[in-house]
Structures are given as structure tokens and as C-alpha cells.
Design a protein around this ligand. Sequence first.
Ligand SMILES: Cc1cc2nc3c(=O)[nH]c(=O)nc-3n(C[C@H](O)[C@H](O)[C@H](O)COP(=O)(O)OP(=O)(O)OC[C@H]3O[C@@H](n4cnc5c(N)ncnc54)[C@H](O)[C@@H]3O)c2cc1C
Length: 835
Amino acid sequence: MTAWIVFAILVVALLMALAMRKAPLWMWAAVAALAVFVPQSGLLYGRFAPHLPGFWGLLAWLPAIMLALLSVPAIRRAVLIEPAFHAIKGMLPKVSETEQQALDAGTVGFDAELFSGTPDWHKLRAIPPIVLTAEEQAFLDGPTDELCRLIDDWQVRFEGKEVPEKIWSFVRKHGFLGMLISKEHGGLGFSPQAQSLILGKIASRSPDVVTIVMVPNSLGPGELIEKYGTDEQKHHYLPRLARGDEVPCFSLTGPTSGSDAATMRDIGYVAKGQHDGREVVGVRLSWDKRYITLGPDATLVGLAFRLFDPDGLLGKGEDIGITLALIPASHPGVNIGRRHLPSGAAFPNGPNWGKDVFIPMDWIIGGEKMVGQGWRMLMECLAAGRSISLPSSATAGAKAMLRFTTAYGRIRKQFGLPVARMEGIEEPLARLVETTYVNEAARAVTAAMVSRGEKPSVISALMKYQTTERMRRAVNDAMDIHGGRAICDGPTNYLQSAYQMVPVGITVEGANILTRTLITFAQGALRSHPWLYKEVQAVQNPDSRAGLEAFDRAFRGHIAFSVSNMAGAFFHNITGGLLGDVPENAFGTGEYYRQLWRQSRNFALVADLTVALLGGGLKTRQKITGRLADALSELYLTSCVLKRYEDDGKPSGDRHIVALAAQNGLYRFQQAIGGAIDNFPLPPARLLMRFLVFPFGRPYKPASDRLGGQVVRLVLEPGEVRDRLTRHIYVSRDVDDPTGILEVTLAKVIQAEEAEKKLEKAIRAGTIRRYHGIDWIADAAAKGVVTESEAMLLKEVEALTARVIAVDHFDPAEVRPNHMKPGHNAKAAERSAAE
Ligand SMILES: Cc1cc2nc3c(=O)[nH]c(=O)nc-3n(C[C@H](O)[C@H](O)[C@H](O)COP(=O)(O)OP(=O)(O)OC[C@H]3O[C@@H](n4cnc5c(N)ncnc54)[C@H](O)[C@@H]3O)c2cc1C
């Protein structure tokens, strides 16, 4: 009996080892054959098999025989691979032409490690930490700081309702509009990491100003020209864009084509027409676009449209595909100028349209050879750009929320206590700390990937929706902690612009729901899964012999991967991740690496079964794919947290923050993957996954209240932890600045803490009365409750605090819209008379 048990354990261990090592088929066949001969194998079939007659004896040999036969390539192909090839052809998700271009556009990086179930931590560590050149650092500390100091947010978003000329001329003069344009073409040629930090600093001051800088530094259309433009286009436009002589915009979205932009109705026909007084081959365009940022002020319109060539003038077929063009806004037929009013924003945004507008062929970005390549060009730029623009502003926004709110929460008192010291407030404050740390960790790692030439399509998608969603929560938490002070708008309200602009970040560059449920996992799995894309490519290969051969390799790899996932996930779950891979020198974070490794195994298993079993239905099972996108995100973001901690030199002050972020990240991972398993539509697969992933139930809990409290205490004082958490944003120390006064007052409040305690004690005891009309501080000094110098400090704190908690109020005439103000119509009449 004991021998049987020992043997059974040995066999299971051997099988798991074979599975986890992805052993070749012949090895499995050999083990199956061995098992028949081993005398102790009675529990299975070895003891009886040799004595069993005919059929049963043969049956015992069957696994070994089948496995041996399958390891012969010709047999395997005939009985397994070819039927699977045809069956899978029908099952695999259908990939449209535009999806194919999106898939081909990006690169695969650390996301593939997480999909593999066995992440190589060295690859994570090999991503450089934040490195800026001396020139980039000087720009961040010099002109960027200066720009932030110049910005008056209230004046921009309310009084002027536009970005003022002095800001435009400053950004033009210092080259902000050409950060991504190479030096050769007159730009600053800054790295994506530097661009991300510069944009972030501006975003911490004004969402409007960062938008006017961000658009020219992304698709709009400097990046497209830099990457794909003809030499002539580069030489003509890039220096002009870098100097800000041109205001660019990029027009993709239309009334009927929002998220599904590729189905645009904007159309161009290749035709002959007149340009500059001669007949040339060009394109006759009709389009209708909306929501275009900088559109109303643009002098150069980047336009996406579908190109047709009915007369075969280009010889590339009739439906050429999505094409991009550069059109001067002054070109006859281009209609531009009116504005949308997005969510309180002051940056220009509006529609543009045209009908039968003729443009010459050399206005196509990249010229004639790039016709039909527009979607690929856009997707390539987006795969990189989505890693920079929105993550940088969402991260800086969260940092600003933390910096302002920790100061305000410490200054503002109720019930005799700073509100930040109340346990109920501690909860959202801990969330703010976590968001700030995690967003910055992931922002820096992702920007570093792009800086070394990657275009991480899956990671950029998850970064876009995760950082902006977390930013949205951070803004809401900051608003709640400020109470009415943040709700009443005015020149001293430093939260309103972020609150109003959050939905813009959520919606642009791929609305978040779509990005989470469709792009990150449903399309990302195809890209980052180690075998799936190879199978798809093999199945779609027009050379069926080569396709079958490639499919054989990929299919075998896929089966070995699936079997290895099942064994590996189960093994690491029953051992609590004890043997998960930990990189060297992971002192203090080893357990988190181990658990991430274990969960990567679980993710690989569930992701693999999901794509295999849901196949073409994946795109419509969005509640499953959304949760798997969340699970992948938590693995990525938590890995970045560990990397940031190491890159920063493991400062002891950050230890608790890392623990909080890692514990919550693992917990959220568990919720996400658990939700996907619990709702998996096929019951047998659901049961199998539940058994393999949670053999002993769900192991993680969210970080404790105690840890949350420890973390919050770290940031309620000025000091290195608070500074590190909010690094690279603009911090004013000017007492006349709405945010500067927070910093000044916080320092004084802390300095006056002891005197404050004495005063509060005397007030509670009834010795001192604190009511309007009484000078209670002078009274306290006179009664010896506080010293004269303490009284002076308390007076100073009181005056500053009164300014911090004050709310703006207006004369009704001041807040009336301009067009309703008396005299407005008279002025308009005067203007038109003069015209
Ligand atoms: C302020 C602002 C600035 C902008 N700037 C520009 C610009 O400069 N240039 C430009 O070309 N465009 C710009 N846009 C357009 C922006 O990119 C689109 O708004 C965005 O693509 C979403 O399109 P939509 O608003 O039409 O929403 P819809 O496409 O109508 O989507 C509505 C909702 O449905 C969800 N959804 C849609 N399809 C799916 C799906 N398959 N699965 C799951 N959910 C789905 C979306 O996530 C969203 O929540 C801007 C928009 C705004 C608001």
C-alpha cells in the first residue's frame, strides 16, 4: 500500500515535471512505456497488464503507443495536425484588415513575459531607469518650470476661455511644440522619457496648456511627418511645426466613426485636377470630422480618409484603403473655425469638413507610395504615443491631487482635528498615495521602453485606461477630501480644471471601456501569447504547405505550453508560490516577486484556455476579456512598482508604500481572474480553472487598515517621501499662488503644532473662548496659555489658514456669460460696422 502511494506520488511528480519542462512527445511515450513495465505500478496498470490477456494488455500499452506514433512527424500531421489546422481555421478569432494592421503595428515586450507564465525578471530589470540628458534635465528645470509659473489656470479656463497669446509665444519660442521633432529638422529631439516628464509637469499646472503642447508632439501630425513624410514634407513642415509657425491638428474622428474610426465615410477619389495652374494627378476629397483638438486654430490639417481609384490611375486596385494627407487650412474648400466646448476646457476643439476638395498627390503623407498605409501609420504612432501623452498627464494629475490634498487635509480642521487625521479620510488618502506611486512607476518604465525604440501596443493600451481611470479616482478622492472648498469654482480653486477634464482623458485615444474590453486582452492576447499569433499566421498563410509546417510547430508548442501551464499553475498554487522565481538581490520584495510569478502562471493558464475555448467569440465576451485585461494590468503595474523601488535605491521611507501597492495589486489581480473564472461560460472549463487556480481558496487580502494608516502618516508632513511621491510636478512656494499658499501654510501649521495643542486644550477647558469678535490668540497669550512668539506664529497660521479655506465669490455681473453682458451687442455691432 505504502509502495503504491509512493509510486503514485512519483508518477504524478514525474508527469508534472514533464509537463512543466514542456517535454517532447517521445519522452512522454517513453515514460508511458516504462510505467507498463514497472512492477510496482499496480495501482495504475503495470502490475496487472502483463498478466492481462489480449484486449486489456493492449489497452495498457495504448497511451505509450499513441504518444510514440504521434512523435513521428508524418503520422502526427496526418492524424492530428491537418484536422486541427482546418478545425482551428474556423475557430480562431476573425482578424479584419484594419485589426491586422493594428496587430502588426506594435512591438511585444514585457507583456509577452507575463503571458508566458514564466516572466524573466532580468528583462524587467534591464529596462533603464529614468535617465535624461543634461539638456533635457535643464529644459525640465528651466523653461518648463518657467512656463508653469506663467500659467494662470483661472485666466485660461474661465476669464479668457482660451490659451493666452503670452503662453503660445512662450511655448513657440522655447521649442515646446517640437520636442519630438529631430534636431536635424529644427526640433528639440527629446527622448520619450523627457517628453513624458515635461508634459507631466505642464499637466500638473494646466490641462489646457498641456493639450496645446501635447497635440503637436503626437499624431498631430508632426510624428507622422517625422516617421513617414517625404523629404520635401519633412524639410518644409517640420521646422515650421517646431517653431510653431504652423498650428497643426489631426482629424480622424467623424460623427459616424468614433471608436470604430476605421469605418470612416470620409472619401477621396484619385483624379486629375488643377493645382497651381496646371493639371496634376491628385485626390478629390469629401469629409466631415468632429472633436478635433486645435482644429479651430489650425493652419495645417492632418486628415484621414479612405482612398478609391476608380479609373486605375495609380494601378493599385480600386479600394486603396485608409490614407493620410496634409492640407493647409487656407486651401479652398476647407471649412474650419467653429468650436465645441468640451467639459469646461479652453483648448480649441471643433469640427472641420470639406466637399470635393482637390489636393495634389504630394500632399499625401509619405507621397504616392504611402497611399493605403494610413491605418498602419496611425496604429504604429499610437502604439508608442499612447504610452506617453495620457499616462504622463494622468500620473502628474494624481501627483498633484496627492500634494494638494495632503496639505489641505493637514491644514483644514474639523472637530478639533486636521481632517487628514480622521480614519475615514485616511482611506482615500491611502488610495491617493498608492495611485501616485503606481502610476509613476508604470509611467517611467513604459516611457523607458519607448525611449529604447519599442512600440508596446498591449502595454500602451493598458497604461492608457489604467492610469486615466486611477487618475479619475484620485481626482474624486481629492474632491471629497476638500469638500465644498473644491466644489465652488474661482481663481483659487486648484481642483476644478482636473475634475472637469478627467472625462477627456478617459475618452480620447481609444475610449476606456473599448480599450479595456476589446483592445488590451481580446486583441492583445493575439499579440502577446507565445503561440496564438503564430498559429493565426500559419493558418492564414496562402502557401498551405509552409502554413501546415509552421502550424505543426506552433500547435505543438501551444499544446506543450497549455499542459505546462496547467501543471505549473497547480504546482505553484498548492505550494503557495514557494518556489516561484525571484531575481537576485530582491531583499524585502522577494515574496512579491514570488507571488507575481505564481500569478503569471495562473494568468497564462486562464488566458490560454480563454482564447482556445472562446476563439472567435472572444470579442463579444467583453466582461471576461475586460477582467483579463485588469488581471494583466495588475501584473504589469505591480512588476513596475517593484522595479521603481529598486531603481530609486529602495528608500526605507517607501517600504510601506510598496507593500501596500503590491498587496492591493495582487488582491485586485485575484478579484479580476476570479471573476473571469466564476463567469466563464463553459462549466467544465470553469471547474477545471477553479480547481487549478484556487485549490485552497483565494489566498490574498487587501492591504490592512494599519498599513494604510502608516502610509498616510508618511505623507502628511513635508519631507522626502512626499517629495519623492510628487516628483517632477510643478510645486509653487509663492504665497500668492493658489497652490503655493498650501505649501507655505503646511510648513507653518507643522511649526505651530505644539502651540496649537496648548490653545485647543485651553479652549476645551473653557479658559479661552473662540468666537467671532474675540481675539482668542491674544487672550491665550495674556493668560499665559502660549508665549508671545507662539502667539505670533498662531496668528500667522490663522491668517494663512483663512486664505487656504476661503472660497471665491463673485458679483453676479462678473459671472454672467459674455454674450449676456450689457453692451456686448453694442460692441459686436461696432465691430461689424468697422469691418
Ligand atoms: C475633447 C476631445 C478631443 C478629441 N480630439 C481628437 C482629435 O484631435 N482628433 C481626432 O481625430 N479625434 C479626437 N477626439 C475623438 C475621440 O478620439 C473620440 O471621442 C473617441 O474615439 C470615442 O469616440 P466617440 O466619442 O464617438 O464614442 P463612441 O465610439 O460612440 O463610444 C461610446 C462608448 O462606447 C464604447 N464602445 C465603442 N465601441 C465599443 C466596443 N467595440 N466594445 C466596447 N465598448 C465600445 C466606448 O468605449 C464609449 O464608452 C477627441 C474627443 C474629445 C472628446
